[in-house]
Design a protein around this ligand. Structure first.
Ligand code: C2E
Ligand code: MG
Ligand code: MG
Length: 274
């Protein structure tokens, strides 16, 4: 883990790197050893309970500190990892790290929930639930202090299998969030059947809500749909006071975004919880 704290060390380096065939090939081979070489890092984006403005949790976001290219965002490598069957060890590292961090918070008596992201291919993994159960048991962590985020698109294929997996995760006691709600094409009917606790409204739906009445109506409707489904609602990608005020007026439960906090290293997150 890097000692540097603060935001500046987490600005991405050269994200404009052209990923031509050759450099893609190089990236794949470097990805193979990235976990082992301890190049993966997590940053945490705080989530705010809008009712009282307190920090209710944080979302773990993956970064790859590449030896030549600098700090890489998931857009640069998650899909590549997925296509080359390399996401499993990375995902396992993420789970372990989040459980470890959640355990540390728990030991300090902090009542916060840490969320982490899983991609579609990780939902194929038969051992996922068992590994997670083992990690939780070993760390004696209340399962409710962990939450998994799944993109809405994940539910478009193999719904029956995923439904089964979600029920097993739910039985384990971890929270479940549908990420990017409203951006995918998943049937609302499907979502009502699943043991989901939270819907995270996609940031594109919330853009310009302070200026554009049509966008405001659409966003209000999406929040209302989530509420009618009996789910808690998180808004993401909030960048302005206007957007924040809009959400409070809509009785949205939680929010995250650059307006509140940028992603930060775990040590900084622990500090701001005080
Ligand atoms: P996501 O889960 O929807 O995460 C939200 C993304 O939006 C993050 O980008 C975050 O930095 C960014 N964001 C949050 N608030 C704001 C804001 O106010 N304004 C703007 N412009 N952006 C904001 P990031 O970290 O690059 O992650 C991108 C995606 O990569 C994530 O989308 C998630 O789907 C995926 N991802 C991240 N970490 C992991 C991981 O550990 N495993 C897997 N499988 N996927 C991950
Ligand atoms: Mg997410
Ligand atoms: Mg999202």
């Amino acid at each position: 883990r890097v000692k540097a704290s603060g935001v500046s060390s987490y600005q991405f380096a050269n994200t404009q790197v052209a990923v031509d065939a050759r450099s893609e090939y190089a990236l794949i081979s470097e990805l193979r050893s990235a976990v082992e070489q301890e190049q993966m890092e997590l940053v945490y984006m705080p989530q705010i309970a809008l009712e009282d403005g307190a920090i209710s949790g944080a979302e773990a976001l993956l970064r790859w500190r590449h030896p030549r290219l600098g700090l890489l965002a998931p857009a640069m490598f998650i899909e590549l990892a997925e296509r080359n069957q390399l996401l499993k060890p990375i995902g396992e590292w993420v789970c372990q790290q989040v459980v470890k961090d959640a355990h540390a918070l728990n030991a300090q008596g902090k009542d916060t929930v840490l969320s982490f992201n899983l991609s579609a291919s990780q939902m194929d993994d038969a051992g996922l639930v068992d590994r997670l159960r083992l990690l939780i048991e070993e760390s004696e962590l209340p399962a409710g202090s962990l939450r998994i985020e799944l993109k809405e698109d994940t539910l478009l294929h193999h719904v029956a299998e995923i439904e089964n997996l979600l029920h097993r995760l739910h039985q384990l006691g971890v929270g479940l969030t549908i990420d990017n709600f409203g951006a995918g094409a998943c049937a609302v009917e499907t979502l009502t059947r699943l043991p989901i606790d939270l819907l995270k409204i996609d940031q594109r739906l919330l853009r310009d809500t302070e200026n554009d009445p049509a966008k405001r109506s659409l966003a209000s409707t999406m929040i209302a749909v989530a509420q009618i489904m009996g789910k808690e609602v998180v808004a993401e990608g909030i960048e302005t006071q206007g957007q924040a005020d809009f959400l409070t007026g809509r009785h949205c439960h939680h929010a995250q975004g650059f307006y509140y906090y940028r992603p930060m290293v775990f040590e900084t997150f622990t500090r701001i919880l005080h």
